[in-house]
Design a protein. Structure first.
Length: 138
């Protein structure tokens, strides 16, 4: 009797595990349809639009923004902005995407001693890179 109960519990657990894996794979596939329609590093964001975009900024800029417009997300997903300074990861910002045409941004304070090459890598929440933006602070 105990053997049958244990077998039943294990079977139910396995079915639940397989269902969870399928759901996870479906969410991953839906997220994979998301793409970056627009991405820019800029001096500010006004009315949900980038202002002062470029690839070279003065060292007295104080703060920069990475603005993105994500399209094609069929479900709510999360993206990440990974900010790199001279090849070293200095910040990771998680951002929700809640529709199939979603604008969002992150910002990074830039100290006067932080001149050189910068990069923002835009990734899905699983870490898969969607786009990279390289820029200079001089």
């Amino acid at each position: 009797m105990q053997t049958k109960i244990i077998a039943l519990i294990l079977s139910i657990g396995l079915i639940g595990l397989l269902a969870g894996t399928a759901t996870s794979q479906e969410n991953e596939a839906e997220a994979m349809t998301a793409s970056i329609a627009e991405a820019v590093v800029c001096r500010e964001v006004v009315d949900r639009a980038p202002v002062g975009g470029g690839d070279v900024f003065p060292k007295d800029v104080e703060r920069l923004y990475c603005f993105v417009r994500v399209t094609g997300a069929d479900t709510e997903i999360e993206i990440q902005h990974k900010w790199y300074y001279q090849g070293e990861l200095v910040a990771t910002v998680a951002l929700p995407v809640r529709s199939d045409n979603w604008r969002t941004y992150s910002s990074k304070r830039i100290g006067p001693q932080m001149s050189g090459e910068w990069m923002v890598e835009i990734c899905l929440d699983q870490g898969e890179p969607l786009q990279k933006i390289v820029f200079m602070v001089e």
